[in-house]
Design a protein around this ligand. Structure first.
Ligand code: NAP
Length: 290
């Protein structure tokens, strides 16, 4: 192994947030779910990878990225195109693949679509502008909580950035074909009001865990829709969808349209990277290097 990202999910796993669920994140557990390394051996029947390939993986719930050697399923492990920095790949590939799948399998991006992404600087949200644009979106608007993150969001390729606390005022009179929502809570209900007729809100997370309920009569009265998308469950059920979506994500990384801020830590300082995540307000991604 050469790289592993440290994100919100890694912190939740470390804190034991999944302890009461029938999920693989139970002790004894080696962390590291978004990973990169060099192939040491391939399993029987694997033809997509060969020994010596530099590779990066989608999120692997069983972890292992902090170890020297891990076993990764071939269907979520992809060779890195020449010139792609593995730190950039672990930072962006899993979320960019999720974005590609969410915008093609959960919703469809209509031609020249207007897209609104909530929590624009979050790890998942941050890769949506180039992916949405590659799928034909005309404009991608992002929301942030505080004015001091506007410039960071603009640097990620959002055409415009507005404050989530003033969402309706800032976007008065505008309608969006797609709302991408990894935040949830009260903001989800507010953003729903900005959907165009036949627009779709795709719920992809709940960074704000306070919850939110929807009057479904409002949805059919207004021809609006909400759809959920969780990449882990989707790829368990539809593994063949991983490779084409990851290919699009890697193409966006290779051409430089996805370029995230990455702060690297040596593996022995993993605790510092986790403490940095715990402190909140991280810009870009944190990546451990072996
Ligand atoms: N659907 C899937 O397949 C999938 C894949 C990956 C992640 N997720 C989920 O997506 C969510 C985000 O994950 P992530 O890794 O992107 O986390 P992250 O990097 O911590 O980003 C969270 C974002 O949400 C914002 N936020 C948090 N609370 C908020 C609030 N009350 N109001 C407005 N904005 C708020 C944060 O803003 P600040 O920067 O201002 O704090 C930040 O921009 C999580 O629920 C995660 O489980 C889902």
């Amino acid at each position: 192994m050469t790289h592993a990202a440290v994100g919100l999910i890694d912190v939740l796993i470390r804190r034991g947030a999944f302890a009461d669920y029938d999920l693989p994140m139970q002790p004894p557990y080696t962390p590291g779910i978004e990973t990169a390394g060099t192939i040491r051996a391939v399993g029987e029947g694997v033809t997509s990878l060969k020994v010596g390939d530099r590779v990066s993986t989608l999120s692997i719930a069983t972890g292992g990225g902090y170890a020297e050697v891990m076993v990764a399923p071939a269907e979520v492990t992809f060779p890195l195109p020449d010139g792609v920095d593995p730190a950039q790949a672990v930072a962006a590939l899993p979320n960019a693949t999720t974005a590609q799948l969410a915008l093609t399998r959960a919703v469809t991006v209509p031609p020249a679509a207007k897209v609104l992404v909530l929590g624009a600087t979050g790890a998942l949200a941050s890769v949506f502008p180039p992916i949405a644009r590659r799928l034909g979106a005309r404009e991608v608007v992002g929301t942030v909580r505080s004015a001091d993150r506007v410039a960071e969001a603009e640097g990620l390729g959002f055409d415009r950035v507005v404050l989530s606390g003033q969402l309706l005022e800032a976007l008065e009179g505008e309608e969006f074909d797609i709302v991408v929502d990894p935040v949830g809570g009260e903001l989800r209900g507010t953003a729903l009001r900005l959907l165009a007729a036949m627009g779709r809100l795709v719920a992809v997370g709940s960074a704000d865990s306070s919850g939110h309920s929807v009057d479904t009569n409002e949805l059919w009265f207004t021809n609006r829709g909400i759809v959920g998308f969780a990449v882990g469950q989707f790829l368990v059920q539809t593994p063949a969808a991983a490779a084409p979506a990851a290919a699009e994500a890697l193409a966006a990384i290779a051409e430089g349209s996805i370029k995230l801020g990455v702060e690297t830590y040596p593996l022995e300082n993993a605790a510092d990277a986790h403490a940095r995540m715990d402190a909140g307000g991280v810009s870009g991604r944190l990546v451990l290097t072996h």
